[in-house]
Design a protein. Structure first.
Length: 134
């Protein structure tokens, strides 16, 4: 009973600290300078360029996907950190039977981390290899 209360308090403290860290300390009120409006403007320019029959630059596409991929990899790192902290605390406070269940839970988690960060590594390697070619 006491372990469960301590575990719940640790989880709450961890979540509150992560939320406090992730909240930006500076707010951009100007809509034209926000990150997502820049992405939308790039998408609109891309659509206009393809409708007009003009060539699309590879650098513009690379920059746009680099920003989008950066958002996804950041989200992946944050989720991986939170899940690692939760599983670590559960593992420390669990009984031997509970530890076996947590180890079974960690298998899909580890596979997910390998897929997420492996995809990022493959993308970076592909960019490094194929950038000089074109």
């Amino acid at each position: 009973m006491i372990k469960k209360i301590v575990f719940n308090k640790l989880i709450y403290i961890l979540l509150i600290s992560i939320i406090c860290i992730s909240i930006p300390n500076k707010v951009q009120a100007d809509e034209t300078s926000s990150f997502f409006s820049d992405i939308m403007d790039g998408a609109k320019d891309f659509a206009k360029g393809t409708q007009a029959g003009t060539n699309v630059s590879g650098d513009g596409i690379k920059d746009m996907f680099g920003d989008i991929f950066g958002v996804f990899i950041t989200a992946g790192v944050i989720v991986a950190f939170i899940i690692t902290a939760i599983l670590g605390i559960k593992f420390l406070l669990a009984s031997p039977e509970g530890k076996a269940e947590i180890k079974e839970t960690m298998t899909p988690y580890v596979i997910g981390c390998i897929v997420t960060f492996g995809a990022y590594a493959i993308w970076k390697i592909a960019i490094a290899i194929f950038s000089p070619l074109g």
